[in-house]
Design a protein around this ligand. Structure first.
Ligand code: XCC
Ligand code: SF4
Length: 627
């Protein structure tokens, strides 16, 4: 039995620190995503191939992939159309998630500009002016509040805009914009693109799979260069533009002698004020009266990344660590907002004293305590939640606490501005290192954890392989956290890199993997790519760069991969989207797209092979650039 458990644990994760906790879940019957994945076997083949359609009441319909059974749904849709429609539906859901989060940031920003929010201020007024100027807003002789009010209104209008293209497409290199115009995918407001996607997936709105998928690219672009970029930029103005900062990561960030509050989800607007409340002397005193040494805040997923980037808050882990964090028995309160939050959390919490606290009116969870959060009363709500955590701490059973490891050191905070600072105020040294070949190229490694992949295996191995090849990684989301847990986010990790990259990292004292933030912060990767391409006077598609999502699971990740490709990045994903039921759609994504946007997808589960594919691409890009 114990052998069997050890084997399972080893199959499930490469993270040696979390193995102990994973083992505990198996020994004590604490159900996790890995167990549920096992129970789901075998998973539906039609679904995996994308040939199941449940869009209308004439269905559900399935197309037989072996061509023995039906080849069309009741309406007449064939496999190509069904697969493409499902994919567009997923991309639209991902775009909507990021961008709706973005809208809440814009709204909070706007309320703050009008003086109607509680606990927020316009923190980075220099960035406020820069962003305002980027989108053509007058800044001379105007107060910060006036500028912010106009910027807030402009961005709120940007969501459903009727003009030709998004304001931030000003940041897109001319050559890339030409490609979009020619392909007919110049993105408009994300509300419009998502609604149009929903229109197009309705029965009987076109039967051309190519046309369907081009709109997927357009929708994804409206997220990347629209909703997500607005989320990033305004979060920076409200909460501070990230600067290089040291922190720690893994389950060892939980403390057995402190009130542990885990901040999980994606939106920094509540968690940022929770950080303020947790530093309030009176509340710290209260925690001490309850017998703790203080209040310990840690993050999970992208809410965690947002706080890590700006405030150096430690990270308990990435997506698959959410149930394991609870399984340490040390969590007093887990505060959730939305996205990537397992509905199972209250079940795991019930095995201990832990409380799940939901905060968004959009994301209620049975079994959680609901403390609804609004910008006008943010600080009061945050205080209430911290008090609840302190009360819950009193019920903690120290006998049941098992924190498996010591925290790992890491460095994060690499916003585009911070990277520029590290380089001495200009991108010139980076461009120089790239053209001289010391750094061969740059790869955005992004995306999730997925129990179908041994936890962190894809991220860690891809990063290690690429750094050996003198390729610099810029990472976000759960990918970055995986690298952090493995010790790749410290300057010393450059010892594992090739000579060229190692030298660059040493001279700048930076890690070979740069943590650029949360998933909406993939927009930072776009901004950086735009700047580099403009400096070289090329399109993004000509850069010695690529994208990768080795362990993705979310619709959001599919949207990111789609806007990477549409922006010109060759992108390798570790798991196929559910498209293999159509050869034509598969060919379009992995081949024909090259003729449209000069970039394409590839699917490769083995990170070592993926690294070779990426290297090959980067070398050929270099050759074409003549560097
Ligand atoms: Fe979610 Fe953003 Fe994916 Fe992680 S990487 S599993 S989307 S938390 Ni975005
Ligand atoms: Fe079937 Fe067509 Fe309805 Fe889909 S849209 S469920 S394929 S009839």
């Amino acid at each position: 039995m114990s052998n069997e458990i050890d084997q399972k644990v080893n199959e499930r994760t490469i993270d040696k620190d979390e193995k102990q906790t994973l083992k505990r879940t198996l020994e004590e019957d604490i159900e996790t995503a890995w167990d549920r994945l096992e129970e789901q076997q075998p998973q539906c083949g039609f679904g995996q191939l994308g040939v199941c359609c449940n869009s209308c009441k004439m269905g559900p319909c399935q197309v037989d992939p072996f061509e023995e059974g039906p080849q069309r749904g009741v309406c007449g849709a064939d496999a190509n159309l069904i697969v493409a429609r499902n994919l567009l539906n997923d991309i639209a859901a991902g775009a909507a998630s990021h961008s709706d989060h973005g809208r809440e940031i814009v709204e909070t920003f706007y309320e703050t500009a009008k003086g109607e929010s509680q606990g927020y201020e316009l923190l980075d007024t220099e960035k406020l002016k820069n962003v305002a100027q980027d989108v053509g807003i007058e800044v001379e002789d105007r107060s910060d509040e006036e500028i912010a009010k106009e910027l807030g209104e402009t961005f709120l209008a940007e969501y459903g805009m009727i003009k030709g293209g998004l304001d931030f497409t000003e940041r897109v290199p001319e050559k890339t914009r030409k490609i979009w115009n020619k392909a007919g995918i110049m993105p408009r407001g994300v509300d419009r693109e998502v609604v149009e996607s929903m229109h197009r997936v309705h029965m009987g709105v076109g039967a051309d799979y190519t046309n369907m998928l081009l709109h997927g690219l357009r929708t994804a672009l409206s997220d990347g260069w629209g909703g997500s970029m607005m989320a990033t930029e305004l979060s920076d103005i409200l909460f501070g533009t990230p600067e290089v900062t040291e922190s720690t990561v893994n389950l060892g960030t939980l403390k057995d002698d402190m009130v542990n509050i885990v901040l999980h989800g994606h939106n920094p607007i509540l968690s940022d004020v929770v950080v303020k409340a947790a530093n309030n002397e009176a509340l710290v005193e209260k925690a001490k009266e309850a017998g703790a040494n203080g209040i310990n805040l840690v993050g999970l997923c992208c809410t965690g990344n947002e706080l890590l980037m700006r405030k150096g808050v430690p990270m308990a882990g990435n997506m698959l660590n959410q149930e394991l964090a609870l399984a340490t028995g040390a969590v007093d309160a887990m505060i959730i907002d939305y996205q990537c939050i397992f509905p199972s959390l209250p079940q795991v919490a019930k095995c201990f004293h832990s409380k799940i606290v939901s905060t968004s009116e959009k994301s209620k969870v049975p079994g959680a305590v609901h403390k609804e959060f609004h910008p006008e009363s943010a600080y009061d709500t945050a205080t209430e939640i911290v008090e609840l955590a302190i009360d819950t701490y009193k019920e903690r059973n120290p006998q049941k606490v098992e924190i498996p490891c010591e925290p790992m050191e890491m460095v994060a905070g690499f916003s585009v501005e911070a990277i520029k600072d590290e380089l001495g105020g200009t991108f010139e040294p980076l461009i120089e290192a790239i053209t001289s070949g010391q750094i061969k190229g740059v790869v955005g490694v992004v995306g999730c954890s997925n129990p179908k992949v041994q936890h962190d295996y894809g991220h860690v191995n891809l990063a290690k392989e690429l750094m050996k090849k003198d390729i610099l990684m810029i990472e976000t989301g759960c990918a970055a956290v995986a690298s952090g847990k493995e010790g790749l986010l410290v300057p010393e990790a450059a010892e594992m890199a090739g000579d060229g990259l190692q030298k660059v990292c040493e001279s700048l004292n930076i890690p070979p993997v740069l943590h650029m933030g949360s998933c909406v912060d993939c927009s930072r990767i776009l901004t950086l790519a735009g700047e580099l391409a403009n400096a070289l006077d090329v399109g993004i598609d000509q850069l010695p760069a690529a994208g990768a999502a080795p362990e993705w699971y979310a619709q959001k990740a599919l949207t990111i991969a789609s806007y990477f490709v549409a922006s010109g990045f060759y992108t390798v994903v570790g798991l196929p989207p559910n498209t293999h039921g159509s050869q034509k759609v598969t060919d379009l994504l992995t081949d024909d797209l090259e003729d449209v946007v000069n970039a394409k997808f590839d699917v490769e589960p083995d990170p070592k092979v993926a690294a070779r594919m990426i290297e090959r691409h980067i070398l050929s890009q270099r050759e074409e650039l003549g560097i």
